[in-house]
Design a protein around this ligand. Structure first.
Ligand SMILES: *Cc1c(COP(=O)(O)O)cnc(C)c1O
Length: 400
């Protein structure tokens, strides 16, 4: 009989059949060093005190849990609350992780951090963490994303980071990750790789989840204080899966409906989307076994989303595991639906959401009316929309 407890993930980072550590031998020592350091510092009083203090005084936590009264009245049905990660320093949840990893890198004696970025948000967050911690910083970014997010590129440079253009493949996030992994392999002694979401080889999916789980810890206390009960439903967009798992994690034992919203792009039938659970299959990609958009020969497919942060071919392994357990369900929202929600929230509440977060709002608009008035939905508003305003204007044919 197997008497071992089924620890999730196991010591090699497997969430059931998902996850793991599919990397070249040259990266194994770095991952093992990181895993050890993370295990040590995630229990270290000094480290946790420093992180806690910076979460409060630098990031601006706890972020508010805001009752969106007008949105609720407009849609009808369930009461809608917004967890305001858009109010974090740098404008999105990504800083929760980037700052945590920058502090960890410093404790590990690293002099330099590198990162990849898609929407530019993780790059800005990492450059910010590096500036704060006094570390050198280099950010890899696909040229297509650099075009879409030119403002963020300049911000990173202002923050003292070197931004390196990745002009290969689809010129987006996945190619930038490959370049960052290549850099890490070469410079592993003095460099830490700040992965931006709950993806990649172990221990990243666990470590990033832990740094983001502050979102759900706060939201749980906040909703109990506001409503005297737990919510009925949690909704968040899923790129790699860090803001969603960050909200969901503290509620996993509570039997609450949780919905992850992927990028439906131009629709699943069009093939131009990033809905891994709708159109993907099991595969190994960038260090990790997970759902992946691939063709029959195992070549990774091009993806599309109006939001750069959701435009990725794979998804965090823990999401696959929790989906199999029926703990989280996944759906997708098209570009057009997200754009409508983007405008609606600005109008109704005076809050312009990131296009990523607009996917979560769009799904809420679909399901809230059928829910009773006393029921409660929390949406993770993962980021603010300032970065997307120019691109939306362009799509609408408006000259600024
Ligand atoms: C990067 C990003 C996302 C997607 O990443 P996750 O890891 O799935 O959270 C969502 N929203 C915003 C605002 C982002 O910047």
């Amino acid at each position: 009989m197997n008497t071992k407890t089924n620890k999730i993930p196991d010591s090699k980072g497997h969430f059931g059949t998902y996850g793991g550590r599919f990397v070249p031998e040259t990266l194994m020592p770095a991952l093992i060093e990181l895993e050890k350091a993370y295990r040590k510092y995630s229990r270290d009083k000094d480290f946790l005190a420093e992180l806690g203090s910076l979460q409060k005084n630098y990031i601006g936590r706890p972020t508010p849990l805001y009752f969106a009264r007008k949105l609720t009245e407009l849609i009808g049905g369930a009461k809608i609350y917004l967890k305001r990660e858009d109010l974090c320093h740098t404008g999105a949840h990504k800083i929760n992780n980037a700052l945590g990893q920058a502090l960890l890198a410093k404790r590990m004696g690293k002099k330099r951090i590198i990162a990849e970025t898609g929407a530019g948000q993780h790059g800005v967050a990492t450059a910010t963490g590096a500036a704060h911690a006094g570390l050198e910083c280099e950010i890899y970014m696909g040229s297509e994303d650099m075009r879409r997010q030119s403002l963020n590129v300049y911000k990173m440079r202002l923050l003292g980071a070197k931004v390196t253009e990745v002009n290969v493949g689809s010129k987006t996030l996945k190619d930038a990750i490959n370049e960052a992994l290549r850099d890490w392999t070469t410079n592993v002694l003095n460099t830490h790789y700040v992965l931006g979401t709950v993806f990649g080889p172990h221990p990243f999916p666990v470590m990033v989840r832990d740094f983001q789980s502050i979102i759900g810890k706060e939201a749980r206390q906040q909703i109990v204080k506001a409503e005297g009960k737990l919510p009925d439903c949690l909704i968040a967009c899923v790129g790699g899966g860090s803001n969603s798992i960050g909200l969901f994690y503290a509620f996993l034992k509570d039997n609450i409906k949780m919905i992850g919203v992927e990028a439906g792009g131009h629709g699943i039938e069009s093939g131009e989307h990033a809905a891994r659970f709708a159109g993907g299959s099991l595969g190994v990609f960038q260090g990790c076994k997970s759902y992946l958009l691939q063709n029959d020969d195992g070549n990774v497919l091009g993806t599309h989303s109006v939001s750069a942060g959701l435009d990725y071919a794979s998804v965090g392994p823990e999401h696959c595991y929790l989906r199999d357990l029926n703990k989280i369900e996944y759906t997708n929202i098209t570009d057009d639906e997200a754009l409508k929600a983007f405008e609606l929230l600005g109008n109704a509440e005076g809050i312009i959401p990131a296009l990523e977060s607009a996917h979560a709002i769009a799904h809420t608009i679909k399901i809230a009316p059928a829910m009773p008035k006393h029921s409660v939905i929390i949406i993770n508003l993962s980021g603010r929309g300032d970065k997307d305003v120019q691109e939306v204007a362009k799509i609408k044919g408006i000259t600024l």
